[in-house]
Design a protein around this ligand. Sequence first.
Ligand code: SF4
Length: 455
Amino acid sequence: MQDENRIEQNKKLKTWAYYKRFLELYYADPFFRECFEENAAEALKNSNLVLDSETAKQAIKLQLNAAASDPAQNEYTLLFRNLMDSLHERVDRRADLDKIKDERYAHWVRSQRSRIGFQSFHARMHMRSYFISACFELADGCSGNCPFCCLDAKSLSGVFRYTPKNQLLWQEILHNTREVLGEIAGSSICYFGTEPFDNPDYEKFITDSRGILDVFPQTTTVASVRNVSRTKKLIELLGKEALYDAALRFSVVSLEQLKNIYKYFSIEDLACIEIALNNPESLYSYSFSGRARNLKGRYPDKAFEEKTSCVCVNGFVVNMLRKDISLVTAYPPDVEYPLGMRVYETCTFENAEEYGSVLHYLIEKWMPVDLPGNRLIKIELPFDFENNYLTFHGDCVKRVISGCDSLFRVLERLRDKPETVENVLSNAELRNCSELYIREKLQLLYDLGYIVLAG
Ligand code: SF4
């Protein structure tokens, strides 16, 4: 019976590997798409994909219209859905907000996620992407030079080597991160505006993460074929379990690079490695942030997500070389936040003890659970008022809350410029409502992330 199960599992994994490759080709390569539309069986055969052409044709239709279709109708989409469900379950477990030790940080993350989901339809559909608590940059700058880089990363200028002194600092920092943030620290990754393989010691750093935070941090690399033997060793180091947990992703900037990946890694090798298809011809969109803002005219067929950030950290970006920490959250990219993120504050540290103190300081300063009366606050979402109801407008969504004319006028003042609650209330003429009522409503909007601390 066990043997039968294993055979069945292996069969499924093989079919998955072929279907995954098919999806990659379909989404990334217009030539493959055209051939497939013309003669599906021939296109699959030419790419050595052992799939049933009629099932694949139906599957791609369902996949492209995912919101309106039932994946159970098709063997391949059902397989895709089941694998995604189990992956999402694992990610959700790692990102469970109950794993946050500090109630203030948990409240802040909840509010940010509520705001992000309200401001972007795409983010709302992929809310579990916004789960990373800390990003550790192990270099200054990046050699990737990707034309679409949403963080507009500057050129590589140095790396944080795994010297005995740095090893000690790194291990203490991981311990302190876990101590302050709690188990959620296991969701952290070791890159942000950096390329993991730029650091010759990257594997040593993530091995420490595995030891101290219990999981290998997810690696996304654009340099998968820069040094193939190194990439293969990383795959070996991560092992099957971590790969099933989506521990490795290859970012692709061109069709040529995708073909090279296929040349050096087998279909089976890639079964559990996500390929992020960032080549200009792919059907996927770019977040309209960073350098991608300059590409709109150059790639007329490309879709640009104007309301979606590609920043998935709700917490801390730590640069180990410069020794600084920034508190960061995602925002729709615009003139104020061209990189699709708001940086609340950046502080420096000299050693692991100071690092821990800075984490405490940033939480204390920017994450009070109760809306403080004496801090500047602002409201950034559009809203209107009618018949004692306030309507807030998000991306393809509205939220209506009961209100009154006085509350509306208070919010209008905050829309014009940041003010403190105390100042607004001392200047407000409250009609038919109490100060307590206004304070409670402001707290509600603060909990939802619609009102934020401005300074
Ligand atoms: S997208 Fe990533 S790898 Fe590419 S330049 Fe930006 S930070 Fe570097």
